[in-house]
Design a protein around this ligand. Structure first.
Ligand SMILES: Cc1cc2nc3c(=O)[nH]c(=O)nc-3n(C[C@H](O)[C@H](O)[C@H](O)COP(=O)(O)O)c2cc1C
Length: 146
């Protein structure tokens, strides 16, 4: 379960996602892993880190290995989960930068997706992703309601 809200006193997306997980836990036997991207924010993706992913494992130097290892656990967490529950507020018509930093870590070419002639194709199958979104505006049935 991921939290990405900066509003600690009244975080709607967090309340929603907690409620959802609590109710599911009443019905099913679940192992829940929490990832709070606000209390433990990820740095923005840097070129050095991205380049380290692209170097074949055997050729990486110590620094490159640590850079790759640092966030491999985030990918493993996704691979090992059956369901991802994401509490996601809208900030300035987009996702919080904390969430984007997480996306930048788990979208890794050759590991979680690949490029094909038809476009990018995901390499992680059979996951359910449940997004509990909170927004201040009303977008229902509008073009940008996605
Ligand atoms: C920095 C910031 C930017 C926001 N931008 C938008 C926006 O573009 N559109 C919108 O509908 N609501 C916007 N809101 C309102 C939030 O989406 C709304 O308060 C939502 O409940 C936040 O989720 P949270 O309570 O889980 O933090 C913004 C709120 C903040 C703090």
């Amino acid at each position: 379960m991921n939290n990405t809200s900066i509003n600690y006193d009244a975080e709607n997306s967090y309340i929603l996602s907690n409620e959802f997980v609590d109710r599911m836990s009443d019905k099913f036997e679940l192992t829940v892993t929490h990832l709070d991207l606000v209390k433990a924010p990820l740095e923005h993706l840097k070129q050095t880190e991205m380049l380290a992913w692209m170097i074949p494992e055997a050729q990486r130097n110590g620094e490159q290995k640590s850079l790759v290892d640092l966030f491999d656990n985030l990918i493993k967490e996704v691979q090992q989960s059956d369901v991802l529950v994401i509490g996601l507020p809208m900030y300035n018509f987009g996702v919080p930068s904390q969430f984007k930093a997480w996306m930048d870590r788990i979208a890794r070419a050759g590991v979680t997706f690949k490029f094909t002639e038809q476009g990018p194709v995901g390499l992680i199958a059979n996951k359910k992703v449940i997004v509990l979104a909170a927004r201040g505006g009303i977008y229902a049935c509008a073009d940008n309601d996605s």
